[in-house]
Design a protein around this ligand. Structure first.
Ligand code: ADP
Ligand code: ASP
Ligand code: MG
Length: 413
């Protein structure tokens, strides 16, 4: 008998009909004799709806109250799913994050899990219950409700699987698994049977929202066997493999991730002296704004241009901070561009394949897409471009790096 942690995302529990379908699935697994812990998200659209309500009241809602508000979404789903299971004669109990002691730090709206006391869950399993847990939420040591950041139910599931030493963690979602890129943007995207943990980590951090990055980190750290599958169709899904593929034929690129909602700030003509990058970026980070790509360029005249990107929603706030820094440093100008996006190629195969960057730049040149910023790591290359060309760039790169699904090509020809 196996212990399985399953997580069903927002679309999978988006209506009463879908909750009933999830209950059928869970009851089916239970009939086979497995022990089950089921993590659910809020019904699709609910977290956005609650966020919009809060923003009608306050421009920047208090983080603590935001957590009290947003955690209600998942609480609705645990109760409804548990009722649906009981209706099927399948014994089940629902629990909030706080009740099963998902202990977090107190960084409201983006809390990190510190530990999970799994005693209560084990007791429930021993009594023969399916344990239904609210994703995305926890409790701080002081007893405050916290949430784990958007997409956080994935992390709840993997962290529970780690704490319970589950045999597998299954993330059920609205696509068949992890694809070479978002299948909603590139119809020819190919479903991957497996992907290395390292590649998944990069894809998740670079915008592929199919798994929250913290979930992938947990899976790697605690060696949790992790699989992404469809709630709606049968199939093996994608295994997140902890072992690197040592096959000589490893393709250079495993997948392409992209982020639409970025903003770019350039402060030009600051003095080219030690400490200048800190003076510019420091205050932005201190304001809790996450800085992404940073490029610094020294000119021959002893000045520097520093360019960096942030989430678009934080662009204006970052500009206010940079305007003040620029006045102090007597910078020549500050420019905010709110219409940029980032495209990233990811693959462990890059280590053994030369010329990937050059090929990427050629593909973009052929499409007349101007590259604004470039950053690389050992297994990825990211570029920042005008947002309106984002999808064109992703499709062109997907095809040029032979990622298109051959079956899709056959179907469409
Ligand atoms: P859930 O509500 O189940 O958590 P999400 O919307 O958070 O689902 O994540 C699933 C979505 O991730 C898919 O519908 C798809 O549009 C998107 N996605 C982005 N990149 C990828 C990728 N490489 N593979 C699969 N899905 C992806
Ligand atoms: N409901 C939360 C969100 O929409 C958490 C999740 O679905 O994983 O981000
Ligand atoms: Mg999600």
């Amino acid at each position: 008998m196996a212990l399985i942690v399953q997580k069903y995302g927002g679309t999978s529990v988006g209506t009463v009909e879908r909750i009933n379908a999830v209950a059928d699935k869970v009851a089916g697994f239970r009939d086979k004799g497995d022990d089950l812990v089921v993590v659910v998200s809020a019904m699709s659209g609910e977290t956005n709806r609650l966020t919009a309500l809060a923003e009608e009241i306050m421009e920047f809602p208090t983080p603590r109250e935001m957590d009290v508000l947003l955690s209600t979404g998942e609480q609705v789903t645990i109760a409804l799913l548990t009722m649906a299971l009981e209706q099927r004669g399948c014994r089940a109990r629902s629990f909030t994050g706080g009740q099963v002691r998902v202990l977090t730090d107190n960084t409201h709206t983006k809390a990190r899990i510190r530990e999970i006391d799994s005693t209560r869950i084990h007791e429930q399993l021993q009594q023969g219950n399916v344990v239904v847990v609210a994703g995305f939420q926890g409790v701080s040591e002081e007893g405050h409700i916290t949430t784990l950041g958007r997409g956080g139910s994935d992390t709840t599931a993997v962290a529970l699987a780690a704490a319970l030493k589950a045999d597998e963690c299954q993330i059920y979602t609205d696509v068949k698994g992890v694809y070479t890129t978002d299948p909603r943007v590139v119809a020819a995207a190919r479903l991957l049977t497996s992907i290395t943990f390292e590649e998944m980590l990069e894809l998740a951090s670079l915008g592929a929202k199919v798994l929250q990055i913290r979930a992938v980190e947990f899976a790697g750290k605690y060696k949790v066997p992790l699989r992404v599958l469809s709630s709606f169709e049968e199939g093996p899904g994608t295994l997140i493999s902890l072992e690197e593929d040592t096959d000589m034929e490893t393709p250079a690129i495993a997948g392409i991730a992209f982020e639409r909602d970025e903003a770019k700030l350039t402060v030009a003509g600051v003095p080219d002296v030690p400490g200048i990058a800190y003076e510019v970026i420091g205050p932005v980070s201190e304001a809790g704004i996450e800085v992404d790509v940073i490029v610094q360029n020294a000119a021959a005249d002893g000045t520097n241009d520093i360019t960096f990107t942030v989430k678009r929603s934080e662009g204006e706030r970052a500009k206010t901070i940079i305007d003040a820094v620029a006045t102090k440093l007597k910078a020549a100008s500050v420019v905010l561009d709110k219409k940029v996006g980032k495209v990233s190629l990811v693959g462990v195969g890059m280590r053994s394949h030369a010329g990937i960057a050059a090929k990427m730049f050629k593909v973009l040149a052929d499409e007349s897409i101007n590259i604004q910023l470039i950053t690389t790591s050992e297994i990825r290359i990211s570029i920042v471009i005008e947002e309106k060309y984002l999808e064109l760039a992703v499709r062109a790169l997907h095809s040029a790096f032979d990622l298109d699904d051959p079956d899709y090509e056959k179907q469409s020809s």
